[in-house]
Design a protein around this ligand. Structure first.
Ligand code: SF4
Ligand code: SF4
Length: 374
Protein backbone atom coordinates (compact mmCIF):
# COMPACT_ATOMS: atom_id res chain seq x y z
CA UNK A 1 0.00 0.00 0.00
CA UNK A 2 1.47 3.43 -0.92
CA UNK A 3 1.86 6.35 1.50
CA UNK A 4 -1.20 8.27 0.25
CA UNK A 5 -3.38 5.16 0.61
CA UNK A 6 -2.18 4.77 4.21
CA UNK A 7 -2.93 8.45 4.84
CA UNK A 8 -6.35 8.02 3.18
CA UNK A 9 -7.14 5.20 5.62
CA UNK A 10 -5.94 7.13 8.66
CA UNK A 11 -7.78 10.27 7.47
CA UNK A 12 -10.98 8.22 7.15
CA UNK A 13 -11.38 8.40 10.95
CA UNK A 14 -11.85 12.22 11.14
CA UNK A 15 -13.91 12.10 7.92
CA UNK A 16 -16.37 9.60 9.46
CA UNK A 17 -16.39 11.77 12.60
CA UNK A 18 -17.46 14.80 10.51
CA UNK A 19 -20.19 12.72 8.85
CA UNK A 20 -21.54 11.58 12.22
CA UNK A 21 -21.56 15.23 13.32
CA UNK A 22 -23.51 16.20 10.16
CA UNK A 23 -25.99 13.37 10.85
CA UNK A 24 -26.47 14.33 14.51
CA UNK A 25 -27.04 17.98 13.50
CA UNK A 26 -29.63 16.90 10.89
CA UNK A 27 -31.40 14.83 13.56
CA UNK A 28 -31.46 17.77 15.96
CA UNK A 29 -33.31 20.24 13.73
CA UNK A 30 -34.58 21.02 10.21
CA UNK A 31 -33.61 24.68 10.36
CA UNK A 32 -30.40 24.51 8.34
CA UNK A 33 -29.34 23.22 4.89
CA UNK A 34 -27.77 19.76 5.05
CA UNK A 35 -26.19 20.05 1.60
CA UNK A 36 -25.49 22.98 -0.73
CA UNK A 37 -24.22 22.55 -4.27
CA UNK A 38 -22.27 25.55 -5.49
CA UNK A 39 -21.10 26.41 -9.02
CA UNK A 40 -17.73 28.20 -9.38
CA UNK A 41 -17.93 28.14 -13.18
CA UNK A 42 -20.56 27.13 -15.70
CA UNK A 43 -17.86 26.40 -18.28
CA UNK A 44 -16.99 22.78 -19.09
CA UNK A 45 -14.24 21.22 -21.18
CA UNK A 46 -16.64 18.47 -22.35
CA UNK A 47 -20.09 18.45 -23.94
CA UNK A 48 -22.04 15.38 -22.80
CA UNK A 49 -25.14 14.75 -24.93
CA UNK A 50 -27.60 14.52 -21.99
CA UNK A 51 -26.27 17.51 -20.00
CA UNK A 52 -27.97 20.90 -19.57
CA UNK A 53 -25.55 22.28 -16.95
CA UNK A 54 -22.63 23.69 -18.92
CA UNK A 55 -21.47 26.14 -21.55
CA UNK A 56 -18.14 26.80 -23.26
CA UNK A 57 -17.84 30.53 -22.67
CA UNK A 58 -18.52 31.48 -19.01
CA UNK A 59 -15.75 33.01 -16.94
CA UNK A 60 -14.98 31.63 -13.46
CA UNK A 61 -16.80 33.41 -10.62
CA UNK A 62 -14.24 35.76 -8.95
CA UNK A 63 -12.76 34.04 -5.93
CA UNK A 64 -13.68 36.87 -3.49
CA UNK A 65 -17.32 36.39 -4.51
CA UNK A 66 -17.07 32.60 -4.07
CA UNK A 67 -15.59 33.07 -0.59
CA UNK A 68 -18.44 35.44 0.35
CA UNK A 69 -20.95 32.80 -0.78
CA UNK A 70 -19.17 30.11 1.28
CA UNK A 71 -19.28 32.40 4.34
CA UNK A 72 -23.02 32.94 3.79
CA UNK A 73 -23.65 29.17 3.54
CA UNK A 74 -21.75 28.73 6.82
CA UNK A 75 -23.89 31.45 8.44
CA UNK A 76 -27.03 29.53 7.36
CA UNK A 77 -25.64 26.47 9.19
CA UNK A 78 -24.88 24.34 6.11
CA UNK A 79 -23.21 20.98 6.84
CA UNK A 80 -21.86 19.91 3.41
CA UNK A 81 -20.79 22.04 0.42
CA UNK A 82 -20.41 20.23 -2.89
CA UNK A 83 -18.51 22.11 -5.60
CA UNK A 84 -19.84 21.27 -9.04
CA UNK A 85 -20.16 22.87 -12.46
CA UNK A 86 -19.61 23.01 -15.43
CA UNK A 87 -16.18 21.64 -14.63
CA UNK A 88 -15.01 23.01 -11.23
CA UNK A 89 -11.33 22.17 -11.86
CA UNK A 90 -11.41 24.97 -14.48
CA UNK A 91 -11.65 27.46 -11.60
CA UNK A 92 -8.11 28.78 -10.99
CA UNK A 93 -8.64 29.25 -7.21
CA UNK A 94 -10.48 26.05 -6.42
CA UNK A 95 -8.12 25.16 -3.57
CA UNK A 96 -8.88 28.45 -1.78
CA UNK A 97 -12.60 27.71 -2.06
CA UNK A 98 -12.12 24.22 -0.57
CA UNK A 99 -9.95 25.64 2.26
CA UNK A 100 -12.60 28.24 3.09
CA UNK A 101 -15.28 25.54 3.35
CA UNK A 102 -13.03 23.57 5.70
CA UNK A 103 -12.21 26.65 7.76
CA UNK A 104 -15.92 26.84 8.61
CA UNK A 105 -15.80 23.13 9.65
CA UNK A 106 -18.16 22.21 6.80
CA UNK A 107 -17.57 19.09 4.69
CA UNK A 108 -16.07 19.93 1.26
CA UNK A 109 -16.81 17.60 -1.67
CA UNK A 110 -16.14 17.95 -5.39
CA UNK A 111 -17.88 16.58 -8.48
CA UNK A 112 -15.58 16.58 -11.50
CA UNK A 113 -15.24 14.91 -14.90
CA UNK A 114 -11.63 14.17 -13.88
CA UNK A 115 -10.00 15.26 -17.16
CA UNK A 116 -7.83 17.94 -15.50
CA UNK A 117 -6.56 15.77 -12.63
CA UNK A 118 -2.86 15.05 -12.29
CA UNK A 119 -0.55 14.25 -9.38
CA UNK A 120 0.10 17.92 -8.53
CA UNK A 121 -3.60 18.86 -8.66
CA UNK A 122 -4.53 15.93 -6.40
CA UNK A 123 -1.86 16.89 -3.84
CA UNK A 124 -3.16 20.49 -3.84
CA UNK A 125 -6.64 19.17 -3.06
CA UNK A 126 -5.15 17.06 -0.23
CA UNK A 127 -3.61 20.18 1.30
CA UNK A 128 -6.84 22.17 0.90
CA UNK A 129 -8.68 19.56 3.01
CA UNK A 130 -11.04 17.99 0.45
CA UNK A 131 -13.31 15.37 2.04
CA UNK A 132 -14.50 13.49 -1.04
CA UNK A 133 -14.13 13.64 -4.82
CA UNK A 134 -16.68 12.08 -7.15
CA UNK A 135 -16.30 11.24 -10.82
CA UNK A 136 -19.21 9.98 -12.90
CA UNK A 137 -18.06 7.60 -15.62
CA UNK A 138 -20.55 6.90 -18.40
CA UNK A 139 -18.92 4.27 -20.62
CA UNK A 140 -15.77 2.24 -21.26
CA UNK A 141 -14.99 3.78 -24.68
CA UNK A 142 -15.88 7.38 -25.61
CA UNK A 143 -18.80 7.86 -28.00
CA UNK A 144 -20.78 10.79 -29.40
CA UNK A 145 -22.95 11.03 -26.22
CA UNK A 146 -20.18 11.03 -23.62
CA UNK A 147 -16.40 11.21 -23.35
CA UNK A 148 -16.46 10.49 -19.60
CA UNK A 149 -14.98 7.10 -20.36
CA UNK A 150 -12.94 4.58 -18.43
CA UNK A 151 -10.38 4.36 -21.23
CA UNK A 152 -9.66 8.10 -21.05
CA UNK A 153 -9.90 8.39 -17.26
CA UNK A 154 -8.11 5.24 -16.13
CA UNK A 155 -4.72 6.97 -15.75
CA UNK A 156 -6.41 9.68 -13.62
CA UNK A 157 -7.97 6.97 -11.46
CA UNK A 158 -4.52 5.42 -10.95
CA UNK A 159 -3.14 8.83 -9.92
CA UNK A 160 -6.01 9.19 -7.47
CA UNK A 161 -5.25 5.74 -6.03
CA UNK A 162 -1.60 6.77 -5.70
CA UNK A 163 -1.90 10.33 -4.36
CA UNK A 164 -5.40 11.10 -2.99
CA UNK A 165 -5.75 11.38 0.77
CA UNK A 166 -9.51 12.06 0.50
CA UNK A 167 -12.37 9.64 -0.24
CA UNK A 168 -12.88 8.88 -3.93
CA UNK A 169 -16.25 7.78 -5.23
CA UNK A 170 -16.92 6.56 -8.74
CA UNK A 171 -20.47 6.93 -9.97
CA UNK A 172 -21.25 4.38 -12.69
CA UNK A 173 -24.04 5.75 -14.84
CA UNK A 174 -26.94 3.81 -16.37
CA UNK A 175 -29.89 5.16 -18.33
CA UNK A 176 -31.12 6.90 -21.43
CA UNK A 177 -28.43 7.88 -23.90
CA UNK A 178 -25.83 5.47 -22.46
CA UNK A 179 -25.50 2.85 -25.17
CA UNK A 180 -23.88 -0.13 -23.37
CA UNK A 181 -25.39 -0.50 -19.92
CA UNK A 182 -22.95 -3.33 -19.06
CA UNK A 183 -20.09 -0.78 -19.17
CA UNK A 184 -21.27 0.39 -15.73
CA UNK A 185 -20.39 -3.03 -14.34
CA UNK A 186 -16.84 -2.87 -15.78
CA UNK A 187 -16.44 0.64 -14.30
CA UNK A 188 -17.71 -0.43 -10.87
CA UNK A 189 -15.32 -3.42 -10.77
CA UNK A 190 -12.37 -1.20 -11.74
CA UNK A 191 -13.28 1.35 -9.04
CA UNK A 192 -13.45 -1.36 -6.37
CA UNK A 193 -10.11 -2.82 -7.51
CA UNK A 194 -8.52 0.60 -6.97
CA UNK A 195 -10.02 0.86 -3.46
CA UNK A 196 -12.66 3.50 -4.27
CA UNK A 197 -16.31 3.70 -3.28
CA UNK A 198 -18.98 3.13 -5.93
CA UNK A 199 -22.46 4.47 -6.46
CA UNK A 200 -24.84 4.11 -9.37
CA UNK A 201 -26.54 7.01 -11.06
CA UNK A 202 -29.65 6.78 -13.18
CA UNK A 203 -29.42 9.31 -16.01
CA UNK A 204 -32.33 11.70 -16.06
CA UNK A 205 -33.89 13.66 -18.89
CA UNK A 206 -33.49 17.44 -19.36
CA UNK A 207 -35.90 18.13 -16.45
CA UNK A 208 -34.35 15.80 -13.84
CA UNK A 209 -37.11 13.23 -14.44
CA UNK A 210 -36.83 9.50 -14.96
CA UNK A 211 -37.00 7.71 -18.27
CA UNK A 212 -37.88 4.05 -17.72
CA UNK A 213 -34.95 1.63 -17.69
CA UNK A 214 -34.83 -1.53 -19.80
CA UNK A 215 -34.67 -5.05 -18.28
CA UNK A 216 -30.96 -5.21 -19.16
CA UNK A 217 -30.22 -1.85 -17.48
CA UNK A 218 -32.03 -3.02 -14.34
CA UNK A 219 -29.99 -6.23 -14.32
CA UNK A 220 -26.76 -4.16 -14.48
CA UNK A 221 -27.88 -2.02 -11.53
CA UNK A 222 -28.69 -5.18 -9.51
CA UNK A 223 -25.26 -6.65 -10.28
CA UNK A 224 -23.49 -3.48 -9.13
CA UNK A 225 -25.55 -3.42 -5.94
CA UNK A 226 -24.33 -6.97 -5.24
CA UNK A 227 -20.69 -5.84 -5.61
CA UNK A 228 -21.08 -3.29 -2.82
CA UNK A 229 -20.25 -4.13 0.75
CA UNK A 230 -22.70 -2.07 2.78
CA UNK A 231 -21.67 -0.97 6.26
CA UNK A 232 -24.56 -2.91 7.78
CA UNK A 233 -25.43 -6.05 5.85
CA UNK A 234 -29.11 -5.59 6.78
CA UNK A 235 -29.13 -2.06 5.28
CA UNK A 236 -29.47 -3.23 1.71
CA UNK A 237 -32.41 -1.58 0.13
CA UNK A 238 -32.56 1.74 -1.66
CA UNK A 239 -36.31 2.08 -2.10
CA UNK A 240 -36.08 5.36 -4.02
CA UNK A 241 -33.81 3.91 -6.68
CA UNK A 242 -35.61 0.57 -6.72
CA UNK A 243 -38.93 2.31 -7.44
CA UNK A 244 -37.42 4.56 -10.09
CA UNK A 245 -35.82 1.78 -12.11
CA UNK A 246 -39.18 0.00 -12.09
CA UNK A 247 -40.89 3.21 -13.24
CA UNK A 248 -42.90 3.50 -9.99
CA UNK A 249 -43.31 7.10 -8.72
CA UNK A 250 -41.86 7.80 -5.25
CA UNK A 251 -44.03 9.20 -2.49
CA UNK A 252 -41.66 11.63 -0.76
CA UNK A 253 -41.35 15.27 0.23
CA UNK A 254 -38.62 17.17 -1.60
CA UNK A 255 -37.10 19.79 0.73
CA UNK A 256 -35.04 21.50 -1.98
CA UNK A 257 -34.59 25.20 -1.23
CA UNK A 258 -34.33 24.31 2.45
CA UNK A 259 -32.34 21.17 3.28
CA UNK A 260 -30.71 21.21 -0.17
CA UNK A 261 -29.65 24.41 -1.95
CA UNK A 262 -28.32 24.86 -5.47
CA UNK A 263 -26.28 28.05 -5.83
CA UNK A 264 -25.74 28.96 -9.48
CA UNK A 265 -22.79 30.93 -10.88
CA UNK A 266 -24.82 34.14 -10.46
CA UNK A 267 -25.21 33.54 -6.73
CA UNK A 268 -28.94 32.74 -6.87
CA UNK A 269 -30.51 29.96 -4.80
CA UNK A 270 -32.51 27.40 -6.79
CA UNK A 271 -34.26 24.17 -5.77
CA UNK A 272 -31.79 22.02 -7.74
CA UNK A 273 -29.83 21.86 -11.01
CA UNK A 274 -32.97 20.79 -12.91
CA UNK A 275 -35.38 23.33 -11.40
CA UNK A 276 -33.47 26.56 -11.78
CA UNK A 277 -35.47 29.76 -11.32
CA UNK A 278 -37.32 28.55 -8.21
CA UNK A 279 -37.11 30.44 -5.92
CA UNK A 280 -34.21 32.31 -7.63
CA UNK A 281 -33.37 34.50 -4.60
CA UNK A 282 -29.81 35.88 -4.17
CA UNK A 283 -27.88 33.86 -1.57
CA UNK A 284 -26.89 36.99 0.37
CA UNK A 285 -30.62 37.70 0.97
CA UNK A 286 -31.61 34.08 1.64
CA UNK A 287 -32.99 33.86 5.15
CA UNK A 288 -34.27 31.33 7.67
CA UNK A 289 -37.80 32.36 6.59
CA UNK A 290 -36.92 31.21 3.02
CA UNK A 291 -35.57 27.92 4.39
CA UNK A 292 -38.77 27.43 6.39
CA UNK A 293 -41.08 28.24 3.44
CA UNK A 294 -39.26 25.96 0.98
CA UNK A 295 -39.24 23.09 3.50
CA UNK A 296 -43.04 23.00 3.17
CA UNK A 297 -43.37 23.91 -0.53
CA UNK A 298 -44.73 20.95 -2.51
CA UNK A 299 -42.70 20.16 -5.65
CA UNK A 300 -44.81 18.66 -8.43
CA UNK A 301 -41.67 17.18 -10.03
CA UNK A 302 -41.00 14.97 -6.96
CA UNK A 303 -42.61 11.62 -7.91
CA UNK A 304 -40.26 10.88 -10.85
CA UNK A 305 -37.25 12.91 -9.67
CA UNK A 306 -33.86 11.16 -10.01
CA UNK A 307 -31.71 13.69 -8.10
CA UNK A 308 -30.17 11.27 -5.64
CA UNK A 309 -28.47 13.76 -3.31
CA UNK A 310 -31.79 15.55 -2.64
CA UNK A 311 -33.43 12.17 -1.94
CA UNK A 312 -30.71 11.48 0.62
CA UNK A 313 -31.24 14.74 2.49
CA UNK A 314 -35.01 14.04 2.53
CA UNK A 315 -34.30 10.58 3.95
CA UNK A 316 -32.55 12.14 6.95
CA UNK A 317 -35.67 14.24 7.60
CA UNK A 318 -37.88 11.17 7.31
CA UNK A 319 -35.71 9.41 9.91
CA UNK A 320 -36.01 12.44 12.19
CA UNK A 321 -39.77 12.85 11.72
CA UNK A 322 -40.91 9.20 11.42
CA UNK A 323 -38.00 7.13 12.72
CA UNK A 324 -39.76 3.82 13.27
CA UNK A 325 -41.57 3.65 9.91
CA UNK A 326 -38.56 4.92 7.91
CA UNK A 327 -35.99 2.59 9.46
CA UNK A 328 -38.27 -0.45 9.07
CA UNK A 329 -38.97 0.50 5.45
CA UNK A 330 -35.26 0.93 4.72
CA UNK A 331 -34.45 -2.49 6.09
CA UNK A 332 -37.29 -4.39 4.46
CA UNK A 333 -36.04 -6.11 1.31
CA UNK A 334 -39.44 -6.24 -0.44
CA UNK A 335 -42.46 -4.00 -0.67
CA UNK A 336 -43.85 -5.52 2.59
CA UNK A 337 -42.36 -3.97 5.77
CA UNK A 338 -40.65 -6.38 8.18
CA UNK A 339 -42.45 -7.11 11.44
CA UNK A 340 -40.67 -5.89 14.64
CA UNK A 341 -39.75 -9.52 15.48
CA UNK A 342 -37.88 -9.85 12.17
CA UNK A 343 -35.62 -6.87 12.89
CA UNK A 344 -32.15 -7.52 14.36
CA UNK A 345 -31.90 -6.54 18.07
CA UNK A 346 -29.31 -3.83 17.25
CA UNK A 347 -31.80 -2.22 14.85
CA UNK A 348 -34.55 -2.29 17.47
CA UNK A 349 -32.25 -0.44 19.91
CA UNK A 350 -31.32 2.06 17.16
CA UNK A 351 -34.99 2.61 16.31
CA UNK A 352 -35.83 3.19 19.97
CA UNK A 353 -33.06 5.82 20.18
CA UNK A 354 -34.40 7.67 17.13
CA UNK A 355 -38.01 7.46 18.29
CA UNK A 356 -37.19 8.94 21.69
CA UNK A 357 -34.91 11.49 20.01
CA UNK A 358 -37.71 12.63 17.70
CA UNK A 359 -39.76 13.50 20.80
CA UNK A 360 -37.20 15.32 22.93
CA UNK A 361 -34.02 15.63 20.85
CA UNK A 362 -31.97 14.32 23.82
CA UNK A 363 -29.92 11.84 21.78
CA UNK A 364 -28.76 14.27 19.07
CA UNK A 365 -28.12 16.96 21.71
CA UNK A 366 -25.93 14.54 23.67
CA UNK A 367 -24.15 13.39 20.50
CA UNK A 368 -23.50 16.96 19.39
CA UNK A 369 -22.17 17.89 22.82
CA UNK A 370 -19.88 14.89 22.67
CA UNK A 371 -18.71 15.95 19.19
CA UNK A 372 -18.06 19.50 20.37
CA UNK A 373 -20.77 21.15 18.30
CA UNK A 374 -23.23 22.30 20.90
S1 SF4 B 1 -18.64 16.80 -17.88
FE1 SF4 B 1 -20.37 17.18 -16.52
S2 SF4 B 1 -20.83 19.39 -16.72
FE2 SF4 B 1 -19.48 18.81 -18.42
S3 SF4 B 1 -20.92 18.38 -20.08
FE3 SF4 B 1 -20.47 16.41 -19.08
S4 SF4 B 1 -22.08 16.14 -17.51
FE4 SF4 B 1 -22.12 18.31 -18.18
S1 SF4 C 1 -38.22 16.97 -6.81
FE1 SF4 C 1 -36.83 18.43 -5.87
S2 SF4 C 1 -34.78 17.72 -6.43
FE2 SF4 C 1 -36.23 16.68 -7.77
S3 SF4 C 1 -36.31 17.90 -9.65
FE3 SF4 C 1 -37.97 18.60 -8.29
S4 SF4 C 1 -37.10 20.28 -7.09
FE4 SF4 C 1 -35.38 19.16 -8.00
Amino acid sequence: MNLAAVRRRIGAVPRRFREVRMFAKAMRSARHPILAQIIPTRRCNLACGYCNEYDHVSQPVPVEEMLRRIDRLAALGTSIVTISGGEPLLHPELDLIVSRIRRHKMIATLITNGYLLNAKRIQQLNRAGLHQLQISIDNVMPDEISKKSLKVLDQRLRWLAEYAEFDVNINAVVGSGIERAEDALVIARRALALGFGITTGVVHDGCGQLRALSEHERWVLDEITRLRKPLFSFFRYNRFQENLVRGIPNDWKCHAGSRFLYICENGLVHWCSQQRGYPGIPLEKYSTADLEREYHTVKSCAPLCTINCVHQTALLDEIREHPRETIVQLLSPGQQPLSPAELPASVRVLTWLFVTNSKSGWFSKAALRLLGLD
